[in-house]
Write a protein that binds this ligand. Structure first.
Ligand SMILES: C[S@@+](CC[C@H](N)C(=O)[O-])C[C@H]1O[C@@H](n2cnc3c(N)ncnc32)[C@H](O)[C@@H]1O
Length: 272
């Protein structure tokens, strides 16, 4: 891949998704573009870039952006935030919302669904009364490919072996061919929608709980700050909790949030 093609793809990915592909990512970009060229039967990366130049905002450019996202995820990833969710966060939100019996949850950058399904399994397992509340659960991602997989809810043996307790596998999934499919009563409670965090946000409500984990790391500081400001304005000021990824320390970049530490995990609330 020549330098011009590399720069063109990096700039396009940055404009469309804010994902920064800095120095030293040539190998990664080359490998992912080569795979895309084969899938799309395009001949070469040169042909791919010529196609992009002709139609910079067409379907091919979306495929390039999707191909450059990192979709790494797993059930109950990092375990501690989910323990705190069960022990502290959900009980506190329920306490504060017991009058209204309404709760809004958003999993931004939900990838292939393991994260929102983990939260939903906690609700089914420990807070079944919430299912009789007015519960709205939104799960979004930039990539339609991962959202299609999440909506399908089918996971292979390797994926269910990563982080999912056997008791939950048996209770909330059924065997489907060589894989396991999440039960429809879990899946159907979640509204999976395409949403690019760096473009205009659709009309969404205020949330009591926002999981936005392992996505801000891909953005530059200015983009991060813009998203954090919007997250703050979509967080219920009285009840809202946000979870970021383990490597994403928000206190370094904003004073919009205050930190709440539970056992071995950290959540954030709107700062006063
Ligand atoms: C590493 S995964 C994190 C998945 C999950 N939150 C977790 O922590 O396991 C990052 C996800 O962010 C999504 N993403 C990247 N840029 C995005 C953007 N600008 N808007 C929305 N989602 C984006 C990717 O498609 C990918 O599915």
């Amino acid at each position: 891949m020549n330098d011009f093609d590399y720069k063109y793809i990096c700039d396009m990915v940055r404009n469309e998704s804010a994902i920064v592909l800095g120095e030293g990512k040539e190998y990664l970009v080359q490998a992912r573009m080569q795979a895309l060229v084969s899938r799309e039967k395009l001949g070469s990366i040169d042909d791919l870039v010529s196609g992009l130049r002709k139609d910079p905002s067409g379907a091919l450019s979306r495929k390039v952006v999707h191909a450059m996202t990192t979709n790494e995820t797993s059930f109950f990833r990092d375990s501690h935030p989910f323990e705190s969710l069960r022990k502290h966060v959900i009980p506190e939100i329920m306490d504060r919302k017991s009058g209204q019996r309404k709760i809004n949850i958003w999993c931004a950058a939900a990838s292939t669904g393991q994260e929102p399904f983990s939260i939903m399994m906690i609700i089914h397992e420990y807070f079944p009364e919430l299912l009789n509340w007015d519960l709205y659960f939104l799960a979004t991602d930039l990539s339609t490919d991962v959202l299609d997989r999440a909506r399908d809810g089918l996971y292979n043996q390797f994926e269910v072996n990563r982080g999912l307790p056997a008791s939950m596998l048996v209770k909330y999934f059924s065997k489907d061919g060589n894989g396991w499919r999440i039960n429809s009563d879990i899946r159907d409670r979640i509204d999976f929608r395409e949403m690019n965090l760096v473009q205009r946000w659709p009309a969404i409500p205020r949330f009591d709980l926002i999981f936005i984990r392992n996505v801000l790391i891909y953005f530059d500081m200015e983009t991060k700050l813009g998203i954090l400001r919007k997250i703050k304005s979509h967080l219920d000021p009285a009840t809202g909790y946000v979870a970021f990824g383990a490597a994403e320390s928000v206190l370094n970049v904003t004073d919009h949030f205050s930190r709440v530490t539970f056992d071995r995990s950290t959540y954030y609330r709107n700062a006063a």
